[in-house]
Design a protein around this ligand. Sequence first.
Ligand code: GMT
Length: 375
Amino acid sequence: MKIGIVCYPTFGGSGVVATELGKALASNGHEIHFITYSQPARLDFFSENLYYHEVSMAQYPLFDFSPYESALASKLVDVVKFEKLDLLHVHYAIPHASVAYLAKQILASHGINIPVVTTLHGTDITLVGKDKSFSPVVTFSINQSDGVTTVSESLREQTLEYFDVNRDIRVIPNFIDFSRFHNKSKEHFKRAIAPGNERVITHTSNFRKVKNTQDVVRIFKRVNDVLPSKLLMVGDGPERHNTEELARELGVSQDVRFLGKQDAIEEILSVSDLFLMPSSSESFGLAALEAMACHVPVISSNTGGLPELNVQGISGFLSNIGDVDDMAKHAIHILEDCDRLQVFKDAAFARAQEFDLAKILPLYENYYEEVVSAS
Ligand code: GMT
């Protein structure tokens, strides 16, 4: 098929899923056209089946806000028409689903039918989308899409609860590419990070409020009081400063490393013993899946789609949002005994295999076929 993919080209989960999906579809023989305002962060390999179309914005003094939606809709019309695309797959509802609807209407006036699949990723529904300033547009564009997917059953239920949606929604979970995410031997790195063979605990995120990065430090403090340990904080964002401050206040800053944004996340995960994800909202938890693929068990909150990924007492543990004592208790339970730690590591890896790209890719391909033949 010839598929247009619209996404945020940043390191955010929806952009990562869209880009990895596009790369996998291209490897499977589909012709993939990324349409976005800059080259997607993970679009880092060459394939004769991959194309990138940049949405360029005209600057004009009248515009206090750049009319990105109009520029994107015009680009979609142009690419669908001239590349003769079979389908548009847009990731993250705002503004991509409504822009795709507009492009679809314009193309219809030229006698071209382009089916649109919208994938809802999380905050487009749970935080931003249900805000009154967006919800009429989000509701309308979900209902008008030819196909809609969510990344978990929980997100599907939340979409039906928050919005007046009258259509089927297909659940297709996040996936993992084991050719990149696997346990790599990084003994020299481990010795540099944990010279006294301390346990290594890791958190990766975009440090937004929803990630509860301060809870990560609070959990670590409790673990660090009883077990020699190091905390690696990967990523950057609005909460980083407060989180660093808290590490100083709690007297653990000598054992906490803030590494900023990192590309080779799988190398950091390979030296980790435990992953922390205490988010207050998480539609799936791709970062936790990446950890599990590298044999790292997960301590998470029990919100959103996390219980569909992290299995209580098997791949890790789940606790109520904000219950840092419970999370710390479980972390210590996993980390204090080498044999038990190994059992959790093996089980985390086994659970991650359920989300192997090779299993999830056909779900998207079959869904595309269904949508195209129905429209
Ligand atoms: O929160 C992020 O990391 C970014 C956000 C996004 O929409 O770009 O991620 C969401 O989509 C990911 C991929 O489907 C999911 O794995 C994340 O759980 C989800 N984040 C939240 O729901 C907070």
